[in-house]
Ligand binder design. Structure first.
Ligand SMILES: C[S@@+](CC[C@H](N)C(=O)[O-])C[C@H]1O[C@@H](n2cnc3c(N)ncnc32)[C@H](O)[C@@H]1O
Length: 217
């Protein structure tokens, strides 16, 4: 209970003040980007088209946006790539916020937008959706510093499915989360394909990752 009170207070303050050091500069090449490019190449096969609209859910500081951009840009000269992050003003120990960090990673990428917002406020239609590590159990969300009221995996999944036109790639961490993800699809009667364990030579993680594809069109 006290953890949630602290999270609610901290979240309120950072969302209102939006405090951050400015002009973050990091590494342009990073293994997270290569990892994301690799898993997208393994599991998504978009057709070439004039215009492509893609959504990344829970983008954090979007350090991997370069990989998503590089992958989807191959299929369309007009790419709109949107990232949505509810806790965009969370500060790192270097006093840069995720938002400020994301500004660095998205710089120069045409058609890319980072929205500091709740997924539930996103509307319209997306050809592809990428959702890496959704919170499907409350504990990681609390540890991440979010108020408990934002733990709503069913509502978020139903909303993401409403936005989807073609395919959504969801990646979960650990077998337990992957099982919970599967139960969510079944409860909401969302058709899915299990990809099993997914891995990449670009980056290895301590926890095994599992993937799902949700197809709509
Ligand atoms: C486990 S992190 C994964 C971050 C990133 N996708 C990655 O793979 O490194 C989950 C992210 O989802 C964000 N999130 C949770 N609920 C959200 C919501 N309703 N709308 C937008 N983002 C949300 C969290 O703040 C957090 O940054």
């Amino acid at each position: 209970m006290f953890d949630d009170l602290r999270n609610r207070f901290d979240f309120f303050i950072r969302s209102k003040t939006k405090f951050s050091r400015k002009n973050y500069k990091g590494e342009t090449e990073n293994p997270e980007s290569d990892y994301v490019y690799d898993i997208l190449s393994q599991f998504l096969k978009p057709k070439e088209r004039d215009f492509l609209r893609v959504l990344d859910i829970g983008s954090k500081n979007w350090a991997y946006v370069g990989g998503e951009y590089r992958f989807f840009r191959q299929f369309s000269p007009n790419l709109e790539l949107d990232g949505v992050e509810i806790d965009a003003y969370r500060l790192y120990s270097n006093l840069y916020s995720r938002y400020e960090t994301a500004k660095f990673y998205t710089k120069g990428l045409e058609g890319v937008n980072y929205y500091p917002d709740d997924l539930l406020n996103i509307s319209g239609e997306y050809d592809y959706i990428v959702w890496l590590l959704p919170f499907v159990t409350p504990y990681p969300l609390e540890r991440w510093g979010l108020p408990k009221k934002y733990f709503m995996p069913e509502k978020l999944l139903a909303h993401a499915y409403k936005l989807l036109k073609n395919d959504m790639l969801i990646v979960n961490q650990g077998e337990e989360e992957a099982e919970i993800q599967k139960a969510l699809f079944e409860k909401l009667e969302i058709p899915y394909k299990s990809l099993g364990i997914i891995s990449s030579e670009a980056l290895e993680f301590k926890n095994t990752r599992y993937g799902y594809i949700v197809k709509r069109g």
